[in-house]
Each structure stands twice: as C-alpha cells, then as structure tokens.
Design a protein around this ligand. Structure first.
Ligand code: ZN
Length: 331
C-alpha cells in the first residue's frame, strides 16, 4: 500500500461504512485456508475460514449480493457486492464453494486452463515452493548463490533474495525447472499429492450449482511482458476454453497480476470479441473506459480489518477524483 492509502486506512473507521453504501463493490480473493501451503506461502498472505466467514457477514449485513447473471444482463444495482476468486486454486472448491453455497451467494471464479487438473502449475507458485524448500535448509548460501547466478541477479539479504527471485521475468520461467532439478524437488509429485488447482469435474459441479467461471489467461503471464498478439491469444483462448469444455455461453475475464498497463487497443478488441463481455481489473474503485470493465479491490489481507478496508477504498476513490485519477486513461 502507498503512503496515501496507509494514512487513509488509519483514519478509516467502520462507523463510516453506511455513508458509502450506494457504491457497489467487487471484492476479490485467491484462497481461503487455515494453514500455510508451500506454493502460496512466499507470495501473499490470506484469510482463514473464520476470517472469510466474518467478511461474508460484514458484506451481507451492509450490501445485497449481486448475481453474476444480473451483471451479465447489465443491471448493476446500487448497494451490492459481487465476489470473485482468481487463479482456480483447489480451495475455491474445498473451502469457498461450500460456504457460498450455504449462504446462497453466487460468485465468479477466474481460472487458468493450463493448470486445471494439475498437469502443470504457475511458475510463481513453483518459486514459492522452492523458497519453502530453501527455508527448510536455513537458506544455505550455496543454493541462494546458485539461483541468483541462474537468473543473473545479486542480493544482499534473504528478504532481498526472495523479492528478486519472486520477480523474475516470465521469459525466464523455464529456468525455474533447473532450480527444481538441482534442489531435487519433484514438481509432478507435488502437483499429484497437493493438487493445488481445481479440476474439470469440480468446475462442472460448481457450474451446475449456479456459479460462474471466467478466463484469467491460459498460463497467468504478466501480460505487460508479452506482445499485443500474445496477450490477446492468452486471454481469448482462456475464455474460449471454458466455452468449449462447459455449457457456458457468456464471456467473463479477469486480468492476471494487474490491469494497469493494458492498452486501449487490447480492451477494444476484447469488447469487440463479445459485445456482452465483462472484464475485471484490480484497480480499486475506479471508472474504466467502458462500463463493461469492472474494477475490483482485494479483501485478502488478513492483517486488515474488513470494514476499514471497504471504507478506505471509498475514501481513496474520492482522493482519486480530487487528483484526477478516478477515470482510468488508457493509451
Ligand atoms: Zn491471478
């Protein structure tokens, strides 16, 4: 979080929440689980089941759930919330889906087809698995040096090493397998044992229960590191994959990592691909170049109070209006 957001969070009080009720909100998460797991541990922190249930209560007490169907029919009412979950992690099926089903709250799940059924995983998840392995060996310097050599970076502290290793370029992701090899980590075994991602069968079951699915690119690349054509293929193939494999006729998509550097041309082409598409970003409470682009904010951080976070996002909206950054300008 930046300095402004830090200050706004400090002055945010949950007593302000009713003031901002008109604003519909689109909170998103990746995972909800009660203990750590290697493939996420070194990337971000997340809420446990009790904290997530508390979020659902806060949202339900202050907002009405917006059905994904209503969104697709372009009827976004005031004072509503719609949850979405990125990356298709197995916990969306084992933890989140049963909770939402019980509460009768529909949601959208954005998935990467390459990882469905656990034949392969996201390179960033592999990096987190590697860091867990290094941690188990007290971050022995020889391994850190070997890895920093492979990716040609230098580091000062273990924290610095972790930061640089988790930020490697997408084009260098194949070299992650060299690291897995020399550390003797069998990634196929890991995928088979932990099954980090949901399966086609699970998606089918959730769709039958009224839940919605959208693309999140085929393999979760940082799009900014790809050419325009590559970006478009990654995106559209992920939406088409859902239509080919399931009884889905709508188009939903969320940008991996960030929508910040996405070009006007690409968005125009996606809107042209399907006139009724809904595209999700993660720039907070902002207005994008088209009503079909919906901006979300994360409620995943377990160290932040949920009511305060929602108030903060609303205050930040007004701050952005004042400094002329509420309307996203696409180039
Ligand atoms: Zn993602």
């Amino acid at each position: 979080m930046g300095i402004v957001k830090d200050i706004l969070y400090k002055i945010s009080s949950k007593r302000f929440l009713p003031v901002f009720k008109d604003q519909s909100i689109f909170p998103y998460y990746h995972i909800v689980r009660n203990n750590q797991v290697n493939h996420i541990e070194h990337l971000y922190s997340f809420k446990n089941k009790e904290q997530f249930l508390n979020d659902i209560d806060i949202l339900s007490n202050n907002y009405r759930p917006l059905e994904p169907k209503e969104l697709l029919e372009n009827s976004i009412k005031k004072n509503t919330f719609l949850l979405s979950f990125d990356d298709g992690l197995k916990e969306v099926y084992t933890v989140i889906y049963p909770i939402l089903k019980k509460k009768n709250i529909k949601a959208i799940f954005f998935i990467n087809p390459n990882f469905i059924d656990n034949k392969e995983g996201l390179y960033k998840h592999y990096i987190s698995i590697i860091i867990s392995n290094l941690k188990g060996k007290n971050f022995e310097i020889s391994s850190l040096d070997k890895i920093s050599d492979i990716f040609s970076f230098s580091y000062t502290t273990i924290e610095d090493f972790k930061q640089k290793f988790t930020s490697i370029k997408y084009a260098e992701r194949e070299k992650v397998h060299d690291v897995l090899n020399f550390l003797d980590i069998n990634i196929e075994d890991y995928l088979n044992i932990h099954k980090p991602y949901i399966t086609k069968e699970q998606i089918q079951e959730m769709i039958k229960d009224g839940f919605y699915f959208g693309g999140h690119t085929m393999g979760h690349p940082p799009l900014v590191q790809l050419s325009h054509e590559e970006q478009k293929v990654e995106i559209i193939n992920s939406i088409d994959w859902l239509k080919q494999n399931f009884d889905i006729n709508y188009s939903l998509f969320s940008f991996p990592f960030s929508d910040r550097s996405i070009s006007k041309k690409l968005l125009e082409e996606l809107l042209e691909y399907d006139n009724d598409i809904k595209i999700f970003g993660n720039s907070g409470l902002k207005k994008d170049m088209d009503e079909r682009i919906i901006q979300r904010f994360s409620l995943e951080n377990p160290n932040k109070q949920t009511e305060k976070s929602i108030v903060l996002e609303n205050l930040y909206k007004y701050f952005n209006m004042v400094i002329g950054k509420y309307h996203i300008k696409r180039k």
